[in-house]
Design a protein around this ligand. Structure first.
Ligand SMILES: [Zn+2]
Length: 107
């Protein structure tokens, strides 16, 4: 839960840089409530201190995302990559095609 508390503190510090979309006042005096939180993102309710308009924002912390995104350091299959020759073959085949798109895809 410490992570979520930290998040609210970070948002609190940044809030002054934003304006309430409803009344245009600074959000420096806004109220921040943590609605839900997972490892990857948190939902925070921001309530304007001036007009009390509130909205939900989803916050994704870059550090958390960086830890959770799988890194593809292995090829997905053993198939050889598409080479220049393959592209040229397709281009020639398309250039010689006289039918519509559907007939191209089904042949
Ligand atoms: Zn407002």
């Amino acid at each position: 839960m410490n992570q979520a508390v930290d998040l609210l503190e970070v948002l609190r510090r940044q809030a002054a840089r934003y304006q309430c979309p409803s009344c245009g006042q600074s959000l420096a005096d806004c109220e921040l409530d943590l609605v839900s939180s997972t490892d990857h993102e948190s939902v925070v309710r921001i309530t304007c201190g001036q007009c009390e308009a509130s909205r939900l924002v989803v916050v994704q912390a870059a550090a958390w995302v960086g830890e959770s995104v799988p890194v593809l350091d292995q090829p997905l299959s053993d198939d050889p990559a598409i080479g220049v020759d393959d592209v040229l073959d397709v281009r020639l085949a398309l250039a010689g095609h006289a039918g519509d798109l559907k007939s191209l895809l089904t042949r």
